[in-house]
Design a protein around this ligand. Structure first.
Ligand SMILES: [Zn+2]
Length: 312
């Protein structure tokens, strides 16, 4: 288990007292899915601990336990569909094969489409006795309010700086201090990104500064960015927008980021008001949510750079 999750883990009630529907949230890249998948194993484990040794745990670790269903957004698909949600409903009403209960996990609840969400409400309104539904969400605001209100919400913590650093150093991630600062503590995100991501973030700051100060047009900046991996580019932009909002609201913080980053942050924070920063943040989040749909990358970057463009 990730060290920063141990309090959340031991704070969970035993299976007979656990609510039937739980919504796990917290920012992306802090290990929510690992936590919830381990919880699903704990709920079927013969010792109810996720012991790792019993037959149920061995089956579950191979992804073969018949009483656990994990629903993820399929590779290359934008949404979880109504058919998948219905299959999950059917799974939860059946009698368990081996364990005392069945557990369904929706690892990407943010990507349930509207009909899938409506189908799921049926299970949430009439929960099958004894079984559990575990949802994971990076942005619970994207879920239907009726889904949110029927689940007990558990916010999983991000690591402390010391915990995050120790995690990244143990995995030989380059520039661990800066990567942790860049991602606001999302250690698993920092681990997953390619080794040149810090350099890419610095380049993005340079482009944003150039556009905001009028030394480069949005069109020219788009030319430099449209070929970059869209998911990473947008994720960096979301992190940068959060740094900018923090700088405008609370001043430029002391940070493990390079001095050049801080200098550019200062310029951008003086050029962009909060309205623009939050629009940039929202648009980047929205575009990242759609990133598996065929988006015109040029159009995406163009819209974003136009938002920071210096007024004529
Ligand atoms: Zn076990």
């Amino acid at each position: 288990m990730l060290p920063w999750q141990s309090a959340a883990w031991s704070g969970l009630a035993d299976a007979s007292h656990l609510p039937h529907a739980l919504l796990f949230c917290g920012r992306a890249g802090i290990g929510k899915r690992q936590f919830v998948e381990r919880l699903s194993v704990r709920l079927v484990c013969e010792r109810e601990t996720a012991c790792g040794a019993c037959r149920a745990c061995r089956l579950a670790s191979g992804g073969n336990h018949p009483d656990i269903l994990v629903l993820r957004r399929e590779e290359g698909k934008a949404e979880i569909t109504v058919d998948e949600a219905r299959a999950l409903n059917e799974f939860l009403v059946l009698t368990p094969h081996l364990a005392p209960r069945r557990v369904a996990v929706i690892a990407d609840a943010d990507h349930l489409n509207r009909s899938a969400s409506n189908a799921l409400l049926k299970t949430l309104e009439e929960p099958p006795a004894g079984n559990h539904l575990l949802l994971v969400s990076d942005s619970p605001a994207r879920l239907l309010p009726t889904i949110r209100s029927r689940c007990q919400r558990i916010v999983l913590p991000r690591p402390t700086i010391a915990e995050g650093l120790s995690y990244l150093k143990g995995r030989a991630v380059p520039d661990p201090d800066a990567m942790l600062a860049l991602t606001h503590g999302a250690a698993l995100q920092a681990e997953a990104w390619p080794p040149d991501t810090l350099a890419l973030a610095m380049r993005l700051m340079a482009s944003l500064e150039a556009v905001a100060t009028g030394t480069q047009s949005a069109v020219d900046a788009t030319e430099a960015w449209h070929a970059v991996d869209l998911d990473i580019g947008l994720s960096l932009l979301i992190d940068i927008a959060a740094h900018l909002a923090q700088s405008v609201l609370a001043g430029i913080p002391g940070s493990a980021m390079p001095a050049e980053w801080t200098a550019r942050l200062r310029v951008l924070a003086s050029r962009l008001d909060l309205g623009k920063i939050f629009r940039l943040w929202d648009e980047a989040l929205e575009a990242r949510g759609l990133a598996t749909a065929p988006l015109d990358r040029r159009l995406v970057w163009d819209r974003l750079f136009i938002l920071v463009e210096a007024p004529l």
